[in-house]
Design a protein around this ligand. Structure first.
Ligand code: ACO
Length: 284
């Protein structure tokens, strides 16, 4: 399907619910009766949803959350693990590819800002999309757990990478090895999420953050996240080179000419201070 065709149609899925609200795409994993466990069908739908939202002008910021009382109870133990036992090798590989595709690769490099809103249970495989989002807010009451060890496996896919990239070794290994749970407040304290707020305030706070991002030049937001991820595994010389090329690329692609506006408004018009906020994007 061409990208132009992806844009126009409606979003009608069995396992994912999409709601647009003035620039924000609220994407809910929608199997509340199964605590939003990620089945192969849900994963296939999410592959499609992300492809479409990336070129949909109604989505300026993507918020990933879960319907009902869970963010996600992780990979579906019945549909993903039990049913895969008898599947052919190509079926297993294709099923895994869908999961990996949306849960980290596409989400992490999504063109637009992403926020995970952890409203409740968040287990095992759900750590991957959580960590792949740019920012994350959790309910203080949410429950997190790396429960793999409790039911007989070592965290697979990119769960371990997600843990190692976001948590200190002492915290990561503690929770991977004990399978103990922790709440949203602890998740924020450990740096796994940006912030925890009472569940009753979670949606409002998430919307506030999303609206703040919506005010920022999207070319720069995309450039900033590309650079951040791009330099992570490079040596200093290569990182400098890559980063500078990306900075120039962002300037070239910025139809709004943000840098010129910012400099003019600070240096000549003296209408704002970059240290204290953004330039006026509407200013000629
Ligand atoms: N996979 C498949 N089904 C699940 C999953 C899951 N990960 N989590 C919950 N469900 C199903 C239950 O089997 C149950 O289905 P049923 O109504 O057909 O019996 C339904 O969702 C509701 O689950 P309950 O356990 O009754 O819900 P409760 O609110 O009491 O507990 C909790 C929620 C704590 C999340 C519990 O369901 C649980 O421990 N789930 C498994 C969490 C887990 O270990 N996930 C796997 C992580 S490892 C990985 O992702 C690779």
């Amino acid at each position: 399907m061409a990208h132009s065709e992806l844009k126009s149609s409606t979003y009608d899925y069995e396992n994912v619910a999409i709601e647009f609200d003035d620039g924000i795409a609220w994407v809910s994993l929608n199997r509340p009766e199964k605590r939003n466990a990620m089945s192969p069908a849900l994963n296939a739908e999410m592959v499609d949803v992300l492809r479409r939202l990336e070129v949909d002008e109604r989505c300026g910021v993507l918020v990933l959350t879960g319907a009902g009382e869970a963010f996600s109870a992780g990979m579906d133990l019945k549909e993903y693990f039990r049913k895969m036992e008898g599947a052919s090798r190509p079926e297993v590989l294709a099923t895994k590819r869908d999961a990996y595709q949306w849960q980290w690769r596409h989400l992490k490099y999504f063109f637009k800002p992403t926020i995970a809103m952890v409203n409740g249970w968040c287990f095992g495989g759900a750590f991957t999309p959580l960590v792949s989002c740019d920012l994350s807010l959790a309910a203080e009451e949410a429950t997190f757990g790396l429960s793999e060890i409790n039911w007989g496996i070592v965290p697979g896919g990119n769960v371990m990478k997600a843990v190692a990239s976001k948590m200190r070794q002492s915290d990561g290994l503690y929770y991977v090895m004990t399978g103990e749970v922790f709440d949203g407040r602890k998740a924020a304290e450990m740096g796994l999420v940006n912030e925890a707020v009472p569940l009753a305030e979670l949606r409002t706070r998430t919307e506030e953050l999303a609206r703040r991002l919506l005010k920022i030049n999207p070319v720069l937001l995309h450039g900033a996240k590309e650079c951040y991820h791009g330099v992570a595994n490079l040596d200093w010389h290569s990182a400098e080179d890559y980063n500078n090329a990306k900075v120039e690329q962002a300037i070239l692609h910025d139809a709004e000419c943000g840098m010129q506006k910012g400099l003019d408004q600070f240096l000549e018009k003296k209408s704002f201070r970059p240290g204290l906020g953004g330039y006026d994007r509407g200013d000629g």
